[in-house]
Each structure stands twice: as C-alpha cells, then as structure tokens.
Design a protein around this ligand. Structure first.
Ligand code: GLU
Length: 299
C-alpha cells in the first residue's frame, strides 16, 4: 500500500510552512488511496520535548490531519539505528571522525558551498576503525546521482561534493538525522517523502545511505517555503506563526485550510474550504514550485 508521512521534529510550534507540508503529504497519500503516517523525529535529545510533540499532534488533529496508525517516536528506535550502523560497518562503509566543531567551522571557506552546506572534506577518512564509541561517518562514493522530485522535477547532485561524508553517529551517543530518517522511512514502508525545500540538498546523500542499507528509494517532493508577504525570509515572530497564533488573529480552520489548499494549487482562490474537498483536487503537477508569501493580513 502506498504510504506517505509527515515527520516533524518536536522542537517547537508547527508553523505555517510545516502545516503546509503536513497537508501536502496527507493530500497526496489520500489522493492515491494510501496510508499517511506521522513520525516524531526526536533523536536530538535536548532540543526535543515530548510536550512539544504532543502539541504538534493536537494542532494536526485540529486540522483533521490524523493518522489511523500509531505515531512512531524516534527516541524509542535506538536499536534499529544500532543495527543499521552494524550493517554499514560490516560493509566497511564507516570511519571514526575526530574533527571538532571548530575544525569544521574553519572550513567555512570551502569553495563548493550550496545553500549554506559545507561539505565535509574527509580529514578522517583514512582513520582505522576504533569501535562504536567514536563519532562515525559514512564513506560516500564519488559521482553524480540523478533523482526526480515530484515538485521540482529532475535533479542531479554529487552528494560527495554537496555534503561530503555525513556524520551518522555522535560520540555522545546521539544518532544523526540522516540515519534515523532513512532507517525509519524504510522500516515504515514510506514510498513518498514530502518536506520543505530546505532539505532538498541533503536528499542525494540520504539516497546513497538508502542504497548502502539496501532500502528502496521513495519518491521525493520538496515544497517551497512560506515567506513574508514581501517575499523575504520570515522574521522570527512571523516565522513562529502557528495554529494558535492564527486562531488568535481570528482565522478559522476552514480559512486556513482554504489558504493552504490554494497555496498547493488545489483552489483558484484562497477561500474557506473543508479538508476533504481538497483531496480530489490535489495533484503534484498543480503544486507551484516556488515559495509562497504569507497573506498581508496574517503577518
Ligand atoms: N524532521 C525533519 C524536520 O522537521 C524533517 C525530516 C524529513 O521530512 O525528512 O526538519
């Protein structure tokens, strides 16, 4: 069965951009008659709070975005991530990394920088294996990788040049986002990943990791971001605009759904709408590729 998912990190309120991503992933799954899952990505211990995740689930439910299946919290999945690391080590794909954050920051001048990413230059690549206590990186093969984005079209990236070898495990025991996301999409049978365009540039790296773990490649859709009314990056206050803040401004659930549905190409005008009405109108061909500006009156 086709399976979509929304995978927020419980580090604060779901803002408008997150709600738009959640809706798009839900609509796409429903339009295909598939399942829709919610996964809480709480591997980054100190930054993630259970209550924050619970509130996110309440906000999603208030919009009607509910999954029939139980929510997976990544903090309970350490064993699966450990098994994946063992498997990668079995293929000699991991190496210990001793670089400090400072070492890495001093690489700011790396010439090949895209979207703020600084590829890891491979200082520790030839270090011999030291066990699972060290920070661990995945050795990426060189070469381009072609993939198709449902929203952005054909993509071609060289992950080795774009991100360099990704860190999968930190010395403090923390599992990296890349590993958790790839292992869990595979485990949950996710065949469509919908997320913000700010994660587009790490996708090829995650595909390489899937390949190394023998996992199938899902379809990807990277959605444009929600910007300020004038098209600039959202400031801190407006950036945190979530359901509660919108309700305080007198915006109803139907208005919000209508605006989100319009921003995803389902409606001709941003007018109040019920969630279910959007399902037959959704199609990736109609979703605009670019960013979408917050309405003047909501900012
Ligand atoms: N948990 C990630 C975030 O909230 C998203 C991961 C994904 O959708 O692949 O930024």
């Amino acid at each position: 069965m086709t399976t979509g998912r929304f995978a927020p990190s419980p580090t604060g309120t779901l803002h408008l951009g997150n709600l738009r991503t959640a809706l798009a992933s839900w609509l796409s799954a429903k339009a295909r008659g598939g399942r829709w899952l919610i996964r809480m990505e709480d591997v980054d211990g100190p930054r993630c709070q259970r209550e924050s995740g619970e509130q996110q689930l309440r906000d999603l439910a208030a919009l009607g975005l509910e999954s029939g299946a139980s929510v997976v919290w990544q903090s309970g999945r350490s064993e699966a991530y450990g098994t994946a690391l063992q498997r990668l080590h079995g293929q000699d794909r991991l190496y210990p990394c001793h670089c400090t954050r400072k070492d890495l920051q001093s690489l700011a001048s790396a010439p090949h920088e895209e979207e703020g990413l600084r590829p890891y230059p491979g200082h520790c690549r030839t270090r011999p294996w030291e066990g699972f206590e060290a920070a661990l990186r995945l050795r990426l093969p060189e070469g381009p990788l072609d993939w198709v984005d449902l929203c952005l079209g054909s993509q071609s990236d060289n992950p080795a040049g774009l991100t360099g070898d990704p860190l999968l495990f930190r010395r403090d025991g923390c599992i990296a986002y890349h590993l958790a996301v790839v292992v869990d999409d595979g485990f949950q049978g996710v065949d469509e990943v919908v997320r913000g365009a700010d994660l587009r540039s790490v996708t090829a790296t995650q595909i390489r990791l899937q390949e190394a773990l023998g996992l199938p490649r899902p379809a990807y859709a990277h959605l444009g971001l929600v910007t300020a009314p004038d098209g600039t990056r959202l400031g801190k206050r407006a950036g945190a605009l979530g359901l509660a803040a919108l309700q305080q401004r007198g915006i109803s659930t139907e208005e919000l759904i209508g605006w989100l549905g319009w921003s995803l190409g389902c409606l001709e005008r941003p007018e109040p709408c019920a969630l279910q009405e959007l399902v037959p109108r959704f199609g990736w061909m109609k979703v605009p590729r670019g960013n979408v500006a917050l309405p003047e009156t909501w900012a």
